[in-house]
Ligand binder design. Structure first.
Ligand SMILES: Cc1cc2nc3c(=O)[nH]c(=O)nc-3n(C[C@H](O)[C@H](O)[C@H](O)COP(=O)(O)OP(=O)(O)OC[C@H]3O[C@@H](n4cnc5c(N)ncnc54)[C@H](O)[C@@H]3O)c2cc1C
Length: 220
């Protein structure tokens, strides 16, 4: 999907895709030949519950799991734990989403769900990526906005890029305030590198959002 980022789709060997809610994560288990877990790590589910497979969007960082995952071939078998987690979309009609990098995984699940359900309201997604080539789900984000005009997506690039007419620089209070008036009235979902997520939470609180209206998941 982008340099060092792959999208993986898994279908059950038998039975149905397990029940989950947009925003849930599941442990991915890489197995040895006997089917025993060699390594497991949590990954947010990027698909939405109406899709016939589980999708994950994973940055290949050459670690214990990702180093092995790179070698997984099409048709390979993995183990997937029961989905869970607290950052699930609460079906609000006014929601704000903020993500950086692969932090888009649980957010794209929520946006796919919102579009599939034809939900009306105000859904604004602020997405931070390094360069244009690092914008994950770029084409789909455009399609989701066309399909559902209640969805607005604002991408900001943190590195200079020619022929980019959009926002540049790190996400900040000024940008959020400009596009999400009355930020305090939204339910917010934040996901990405822990430092960024904490900074974004502080911005939202300064803009009048109560901490109980912010759900966040940081990693990396
Ligand atoms: C709730 C949750 C959801 C998540 N969802 C996602 C998601 O959707 N997508 C995603 O990409 N990640 C996600 N993560 C992160 C994921 O769980 C892993 O932490 C990540 O993929 C790294 O796992 P790993 O085993 O490959 O790296 P680890 O082996 O755990 O290594 C961690 C870091 O150390 C570095 N490292 C490892 N070995 C070496 C070495 N020999 N030399 C130098 N550096 C080294 C790696 O580069 C890596 O940056 C999520 C985490 C959480 C908690």
């Amino acid at each position: 999907m982008a340099p060092d980022v792959n999208v993986y789709r898994f279908e059950p060997l038998e039975g149905e895709v397990p029940d989950y809610r947009p925003g849930h994560f599941a442990f991915l288990h890489l197995l040895d030949e006997q089917g025993n877990t060699v390594v497991k790590r949590p990954y947010s589910i990027a698909s939405s519950p109406d899709m016939p497979y589980l999708e994950f969007c994973i940055k290949l960082v050459g670690g214990e799991l990702t180093g092995r995952l790179e070698k997984l071939e099409q048709g390979g078998v993995v183990g997937i734990g029961r989905p869970g987690g607290h950052m699930t979309y609460g079906e609000e009609e006014r929601s704000g989403f903020i993500a950086g990098g692969t932090g888009i995984s649980p957010i794209i699940s929520m946006l796919r769900h919102i579009a599939a359900q034809g939900k009306k309201g105000d859904f604004i997604f602020f997405y931070s990526a390094r360069r244009k080539e690092n914008i994950l789900y770029h084409e789909e984000l455009k399609r989701l906005q066309q399909k559902n005009p209640s969805i607005r997506v604002l991408v900001t690039l943190t590195r200079e890029e020619r022929q980019w007419g959009g926002l540049t620089g790190r996400l900040c209070k000024v940008i959020i305030e400009k596009y999400a008036e009355n930020a305090g009235q939204y339910r917010w979902y934040l996901c990405g590198p822990t430092g960024m997520i904490k900074a974004m939470k502080n911005c939202l609180v300064e803009l009048g959002t109560g901490p109980s209206s912010i759900r966040m998941e940081g990693w990396g």
